[in-house]
Design a protein around this ligand. Sequence first.
Ligand SMILES: *Cc1c(COP(=O)(O)O)cnc(C)c1O
Length: 238
Amino acid sequence: MSTIAHKLQAVDETIQAAIKASGRAPGTVQLLAVSKTFPAGAVLEAVAAGQRAFGENYLQEGIDKIAAVGAALPGEAIEWHFIGPIQSNKTRPIAASFAWVHTVERLKIAQRLSEQRPDDLPPLNICLQVNISGEASKSGATPEELPELARQVAALSRLKLRGLMAIPEPETDVSKQRAAFARVRMLFDQLRADGFDLDTLSMGMSADLEAAIAEGATIVRVGSAIFGARNYDNKDKA
Ligand SMILES: *Cc1c(COP(=O)(O)O)cnc(C)c1O
């Protein structure tokens, strides 16, 4: 077995144990393998080990990797998620190449993604990124902006609003990790109570995925625990 296969297996065991520990049903958490800065060959190894959903942060790198993986494995159903910051002049290739976008934080980006989603593809799955750390420098809509943004995005015909995404401040203390994820969960529950048909909470990375699962994550985005330490020299910033 390759190192990536071993690490995927270990991450899967961690996820299953966390699901069990929190009394949740099996199969309620999806693993998104974050392959940013790693070559297409690393994705192919993960696919050989059974992984099918991959997350990319940098547009040009992601587009190139999608093409390379598609050429190596024609017809293989691989699901690509865009999880990086989005510039408004770079929405078209995102709308054409990805199945999900986790990082929508303003209406203008959502409108462009909807207008540019090709007609032969199903609606683009969207998570709204929420900033719960309260710093103006951080990405994401504020909790106050969220209900109106959700209402506007849900109305866009070529998007399917699925839920929320958050990247809380890194914390080593598990109770602090959980407190941050619980705030995201409360916002999610509030939107559902308001009538939005949402099923996705994208939260938790290599260092805090257990806390995220304990607080209701349905997608955990895991990079380094699967692929190893990142070397940013490889990446081609979008
Ligand atoms: C890089 C990244 C991840 C994965 O982080 P790891 O700590 O390597 O697991 C998850 N989500 C986002 C948005 C990222 O940019």
